[in-house]
Ligand binder design. Structure first.
Ligand code: NOJ
Length: 579
């Protein structure tokens, strides 16, 4: 008689838990971005490394985040701080070894933290083996087909093949010198010349990246952040834009090199790989050994700059990626009306595809939100002036509490929990952002948010490492250090810790996709989520609102009398009706 096997019910239940770990943890997760160069330096070479990150994992566990996203640490000439990858399966010696990566992943899991790594599929480094051989083999090399090589226009091929500009400024094409020493073909690079774009029409490119995904999944990572997820497929024929205004169009229009429908087929394929790994849960699966991180829930998060949040939603359809960064939210001013519009728009756009909303205020490419909010609105996300530091910090703290009260998943960028401002006055000679050196690019001032973070009040590079830091830290940073803020009532670090703890304690604060707006004075956002109420005063004056129960947390001093509360300027309050 044949034996009947019953399917393990856990595999198809999205909320199944193993040792308390939910398979769909990512729907409401708080994910902390580590920029490895600038987090902690274990060997005193002035540059952060994986061993440094490993040594600080307990800090991240205590902060209360669910997962850590690491910006690239792969073998790279560092033309764009590691977003130019020469070998996708190797750790750059500057950051350590594969063994260090393994130790980091294991130790994170032991502390209950997930690890998400960065994947850079739009372009490789010009020092990648494929590109080096493509150049060395000359025109007609089959390896040139894995990139976008084209003859130039003009009588002698002296003009670029089309009119696209690099995001970092200047033409998106560079002419190569052929092995015989003559000027030859041109290749496409949407970013720096050291970052040639891969040709995703070529089957070898897809094969290679599927293999890279498996390599890191086998290493035990819990997910991937996909760099330039909207850029992999280019419009057929690489058509001219026909406008000298490309940089102004970026982010507002569908460009022939961004957000092409063809990218979605790639992500559908990738999703099947992740699901294969995700579905290891079962009676014979590793769950029986208590290896909760192998029991599902590995994710993709897209860095997709699209013109609208509706187009962003296309990336997170049920058979594609899990999350996409919400850059519309990041780009919104500290203004109640604008914030409400983007919050509603996001929740509405995500609902039909069943993906969680995500929220983010800072990352390694934009001016930190403490400095954005210190300056007048409308200056964009690359700001060169310090502005009113006190105002910026007050608003940043309020903005963070608002963000952490919204349904969905939130991303934090290292150092924001210390209230760090951008360093706007770095001397030119220390700058490394490639966009800075390419003139009128849309980026260029990203070094200011990449300055290594301070751990201690005093000492070499404020505890970042024993050998100084690759970008100079301001003298005032000792007082912003983890040491200075730990246990200090009212410090930004303690505010973040308390907020993340409260988020965990409040049943389902991050869950779901709805909130109920409450009536509020002009310039104030107020919403209810079950017994929880959040009020954010985005105005420069204090406002009176009902007291909605017990104050759980506030980014400033709230005074309550007779059922009313006085919420100071630029302050967010969390209340609970629960006793
Ligand atoms: C987005 C990354 O976040 C940024 O740092 C990088 O310069 C570009 N993609 C190119 O890889």
């Amino acid at each position: 008689m044949s034996q009947q096997h019953t399917a393990a019910p856990a595999t198809d239940s999205a909320t199944a838990t193993v040792a308390g770990h939910r398979r769909d943890w990512w729907r409401e997760a708080v994910i902390y971005q580590v920029y490895p160069r600038s987090f902690a330096d274990s060997n005193g070479d002035g540059m952060g490394d994986l061993e440094g990150v490993r040594s600080r994992l307990p800090y991240l566990r205590d902060l209360g985040v669910d997962a850590v996203w690491l910006s690239p640490f792969y073998a790279s000439p560092q033309a764009d701080a590691g977003y130019d990858v020469a070998d996708y399966r190797a750790v750059d010696p500057m950051f350590g070894t594969l063994l260090d990566a393994d130790a980091l992943i294991r130790e994170a899991h032991g502390l209950g933290l997930r690890i998400i790594v960065d994947l850079v599929p739009n372009h490789s480094s010009d020092q990648h083996e494929w590109f080096k051989r493509a150049l060395a083999e000359g025109p007609g090399s089959p390896l040139r087909e894995r990139y976008h090589f084209r003859p130039g226009k003009g009588a002698a091929g002296e003009l670029p093949p089309n009119d696209w500009e690099s995001i970092f400024g200047g033409p998106a094409w560079t002419r190569v010198t052929e092995p015989d020493g003559t000027p030859g073909e041109w290749y496409l690079h949407l970013f720096a010349p050291e970052q040639p774009d891969l040709n995703w029409e070529h089957p070898a490119v897809g094969d290679e990246f599927r293999s890279i995904l498996r390599f890191w999944l086998d290493m035990g990572v819990d997910g991937f952040r996909i760099d330039v997820a909207h850029g992999l497929v280019k419009a057929e024929g690489l058509p001219d834009l026909g406008s000298g205004e490309q940089l102004k169009l970026l982010g507002n229009d569908v460009m022939p090199f961004f957000d092409q429908d063809g990218v979605h087929a790639i992500y559908r394929q990738w999703r099947t790989i992740l699901d294969e790994y995700a579905n290891k849960m079962g009676p014979e699966g590793p769950s029986s050994e208590g290896r909760w991180w192998e029991t599902g829930g590995r994710i993709f998060v897209a860095e997709a700059w699209t013109p609208t949040v509706e187009r962003t939603a296309n990336y997170v359809r049920p058979d594609e990626l899990h999350q996409a960064f919400n850059f519309q939210y990041l780009s919104t001013a500290w203004d109640a009306t604008e914030l409400r519009t983007v919050i509603d728009g996001t929740l509405e756009a995500m609902r039909p595809v069943g993906a969680p909303a995500t929220w983010v205020l800072s990352n390694h490419d934009v001016t930190r939100h403490a400095t954005r909010f210190a300056n007048p609105a409308g200056l964009g996300t690359q700001i060169r002036t310090a502005g009113d530091r006190e105002l910026g910090l007050r608003r940043a703290r309020a903005a963070t509490l608002l963000m952490l009260a919204l349904p969905g998943s939130a991303y934090l960028y290292q150092g924001e929990e210390l209230g760090l401002p951008d360093v706007v006055d770095l001397p030119d000679e220390v700058r490394q952002d490639p966009a800075y050196f390419r003139g009128e690019g849309q980026d260029g001032f990203r070094d200011g948010c990449r300055v290594p973070i301070p751990w201690t009040r005093t000492g070499s590079s404020y505890g970042f490492g024993d050998g100084g830091s690759w970008l100079p830290q301001p003298a005032s940073w000792g007082e912003l250090s983890v040491e200075a803020q730990t246990g200090t009532a009212g410090s930004t670090l303690e505010l973040y810790r308390a907020a993340l703890a409260a988020r965990r304690d409040q049943p389902d604060l991050g869950a779901g996709d709805t909130l109920e707006w409450l009536r509020a004075p002009e310039g104030v956002l107020a919403f209810r989520r079950g017994e929880f109420v959040c009020v954010a005063n985005t105005t420069g004056e204090s406002v009176t609102t009902p007291a909605y129960g017990r104050v759980l947390l506030a980014s400033g001093e709230v005074a309550e009398t007779g059922g009313e509360a006085k919420v100071p300027a630029d302050t967010t309050v969390w209340w609970t009706a629960a006793v």
